[in-house]
Ligand binder design. Structure first.
Ligand code: 4AD
Ligand code: MG
Length: 464
């Protein structure tokens, strides 16, 4: 018999026709006369209740219906007398498809996220991870829809690269060399001539540089793919492998860029509120009681646009008035998450787009302001998250860009193709990167970035 998804069954009217549901048992309680099974198939956070008269079923089979077991049920969809659901299945046939013993790690309710991370291959079957993964999917759909509807082309940039976009040097190397027998030249440098690509290559930290090639030909593009950072940051906001969305637009100035950042992120949040209601309600109840309110709040607010220098002044003022921070924040310092969160959560109480950062803390490609000290960056800082977007206007002037590259003593041999955009038909352009998992953190109210990606990659952890 053809299976119907539980989400569709729950939206159906009770009727005479037989239905079939398949899924995993969440709970099973039984008395001498009747058994109640809560069944979930991942199509919705909601379970369907299966009612089985004890006398109609084999006792041994009923015993096999344990938490986590996979079963197939046929029966009539009837009006439910119990509270909590409109319909339930009055079972006529039950088949156990997959047994699940008492050693099933997701057996108990209320297990810690820490514990569940050890069993990340099975945690997907829990309510919380089901909700998070459905929302994650929805956010990916929202992102593609937004850009498609706004005339951006989905542009694929390479994952293996010879250049370091952010210039921070925290890249994972890609090689087919025999690491047990590394050949070095007379200066002690590794010889890459005979490596797969004939030069040193790594996993990309950002698709931006190639994205700029796309934007300066197609007008506006976006990337959406995995990025890799070998930064040894063991924080609830950092992953070694994360997904990033990077739109890049020709003819955008700083205001256009900030407008897009704000509109785009609001579109995603609105999508979640409109399309993920059941999952959000669950997370609001179980994880974070202010979640839905916070999401609605972001839609209502106009984001503050704050130059870095003014931000530092506000932080200094706060320190004068007794506020304690762990890290210093003098002009020139990179803001720590505690500073960003103070500005967003305590001072303004709304999202902040911080602009015009000191050049020493930003990447080489940003457009320099006339002061020669600050660059046209536009990072979006969010409540509970801190930096969710990093963006900037790009330096389109060849000479100014080269001057900055030389000042930083960067190796131009792997960047010649990037510099060519400034030699031939250069144009003003801008772009940003949204950390996909940071968006999911915000939209789900989850606390740890390891819990919003199916299989997290972090220092000392590449399981599953
Ligand atoms: O600020 P970032 O480093 O900017 C760039 O990579 C630019 N090339 C983007 C661009 O302009 N096209 O990273 C962008 C965003 C951050 O704001 C953050 O949300 C996320 O990527 N991010 C991380 N997310 C998870 N784990 C990490 N280790 C991350 N590093 C950055
Ligand atoms: Mg950044």
């Amino acid at each position: 018999m053809k299976r119907t998804k539980i989400i569709d069954l729950l939206a159906s009217q009770p009727g005479e026709a037989l239905v079939c549901a398949k899924g995993w048992v969440r709970t099973h309680r039984g008395s001498k006369s009747v058994h109640f099974i809560a069944l979930n198939d991942g199509s919705t956070i909601k379970n369907i209740q299966v009612v089985a008269d004890a006398e109609k079923f084999d006792e041994e089979m009923l015993k096999q219906i344990t938490t986590g077991a996979c079963i197939s049920v046929e029966g009539n969809l009837v009006e439910s007398v119990g509270s909590g659901q409109a319909v339930e299945i009055q079972a006529t046939k039950i088949e156990v498809l997959g047994l699940c013993g008492a050693d099933y790690p997701m057996q108990k309710k209320g297990q810690s996220f820490e514990y569940m991370r050890q069993h990340a291959h099975m945690r997907l079957r829990t309510n919380t991870f089901g909700a998070v993964m459905r929302i994650r999917h929805n956010m990916a759909m929202a992102i593609h829809t937004y850009f498609h509807e706004h005339g951006f082309y989905y542009f694929h940039t390479p994952l293996i690269t010879a250049s370091d976009c952010e210039g921070a040097g925290n890249m994972f190397q890609v090689t087919t060399k025999n690491l047990y027998d590394l050949q070095k030249d007379e200066n002690g440098k590794i010889i890459y001539d005979d490596d797969f690509f004939g030069e040193q290559t790594s996993l990309t930290v950002s698709g931006q540089l190639e994205g700029e090639l796309g934007a300066t030909a197609l007008g506006q593009i976006y990337t959406f793919g995995p990025t890799f950072r070998a930064e040894n940051s063991n924080t609830p906001r950092h992953l070694a492998e994360f997904w990033m969305i990077e739109p890049e637009m020709a003819f955008y100035d700083k205001t256009d860029l900030m407008d897009l950042e704000e509109d785009f992120i609001k579109y995603c949040v609105r999508w979640a509120l409109e399309k993920c209601g059941d999952d959000l309600e669950f997370l609001n109840k179980m994880i974070d009681k202010t979640l839905i309110e916070r999401l609605q709040g972001v839609l209502k607010e106009t984001f503050v646009r704050l130059p870095y220098t003014e931000g530092i002044e506000i932080l200094q003022e706060a320190i004068k008035n007794g506020k304690k921070f762990e890290f210093p924040c003098n002009w020139g310092d990179d803001l720590a998450s505690e500073h960003e969160r103070y500005l967003v959560e305590e001072h303004f109480k709304k999202p902040v787009i911080m602009t015009d950062y000191p050049k020493e803390i930003k990447a080489f490609y940003m457009k320099m302001n006339e002061d020669g000290k600050t660059m046209q960056g536009t990072d979006v800082l969010f409540p509970a998250i801190g930096e969710i977007i990093g963006g900037s206007v790009r330096e389109e002037d060849y000479d100014k860009l080269m001057a900055e590259i030389n000042r930083r003593q960067m190796d131009t041999s792997t960047l010649w193709w990037y510099l060519d955009t400034r030699r031939w038909g250069s144009c003003p352009h801008a772009g940003f990167g949204l950390g996909f998992e940071r968006l999911i953190l915000f939209v789900t109210g989850m606390q740890n970035i390891r819990d919003v990606i199916p299989f997290p990659r972090t220092p000392k952890s590449a399981n599953f």
